[in-house]
Design a protein around this ligand. Structure first.
Ligand code: SF4
Ligand SMILES: [Zn+2]
Length: 267
């Protein structure tokens, strides 16, 4: 099957080994669900992590499908409840940041989730974190970074992250990197996977959505061309020679004395 073979090819390119412990970031959406389904099908050693963002009934629906998927696949599911662990739901955390800074919902949510994911992955002693990012996401990110005027921000894009090596960073892989959102939707429906197909109610105002209006009009081969050209260019992007230090507030790896998450939350 072409779809599954593309994922196998990506995993080969990444060099993922069967004895590695992988934590799949499960949101309940089609991408992360398909990622977990295929990694398990191909015989990888996976477990899931679901971050319950506490966004009312939407989060409940996400949690239910993630539980169902984990049962169906027979994998261990770890749940991080943001209300219990951080004192408030993502909506409140975001609102408090937005009262001081003009930042979009997803920009705040993304930074917080990334930090949680890395920390939990380390606690669980896994070798890799797998996320459901697809070709559309990556094309959008690349174009966003160009529009922001910083190609440097794209230095870390790829089917496997190329973080500056550090014992506290768990590297992230994206098995669906070369597949479009439409292909993934079709596949997940064909396989009848438990998925919440509705959009996140908070993804209303992101800059990314503006870009998506443009990229949605592109064909798959045009999207592939953007990524192929980006990959050629990426070899030439000079990495900033910054040292990893640890955040003075939370101890997580960071480029500055205070990491992005703590800076946002004023910890
Ligand atoms: S769509 Fe945006 S706000 Fe919703 S969960 Fe994802 S990053 Fe967070
Ligand atoms: Zn911090």
């Amino acid at each position: 099957m072409i779809f599954e073979n593309q994922v196998r090819k990506t995993l080969k390119k990444i060099g993922l080994k069967k004895n590695e412990k992988i934590l799949v970031a499960l949101s309940g959406g089609k991408d992360s669900t398909t990622t977990a389904y295929l990694l398990k099908k191909f015989g990888y050693n996976i477990q899931g992590l679901h971050i319950n963002l506490g966004m009312s009934s939407y989060s409940e629906r996400c949690m239910n499908v993630v539980k169902k998927l984990s049962e169906d696949l027979g994998i261990n599911l770890n749940i991080y409840d943001i209300k219990k662990e951080m004192g408030s739901s993502m909506c409140y955390l975001r609102a408090s940041v937005q009262s001081a800074k003009n930042l979009k919902n997803c920009a705040i949510c993304g930074v917080i989730k990334k930090s949680i994911l890395n920390k939990e992955a380390r606690k669980l002693k896994v070798n890799k974190i797998a996320t459901g990012h697809n070709l559309d996401d990556e094309v959008e990110t690349f174009l966003l970074n160009i529009l922001k005027g910083s190609l440097q921000l794209s230095a870390n894009i790829g089917a496997i992250t190329k973080n500056i090596p550090d014992k506290k960073f768990v590297s992230r892989i994206k098995p669906l990197f070369y597949l479009t959102a439409n292909e993934i939707r079709k596949y997940s429906k064909q396989k009848n996977l438990p998925v919440v197909y509705e959009k996140c109610p908070c993804a209303l105002d992101s800059y990314r959505i503006q870009i998506r209006k443009f990229t949605d009009k592109l064909s798959k081969s045009e999207k592939e061309n953007i990524i192929k050209n980006f990959e050629k260019l990426q070899r030439k992007i000079k990495r900033e020679n910054k040292k990893i230090i640890y955040c003075e507030a939370c101890g997580e790896p960071s480029m500055k004395n205070i990491c992005k998450k703590c800076e946002l939350l004023k910890i």
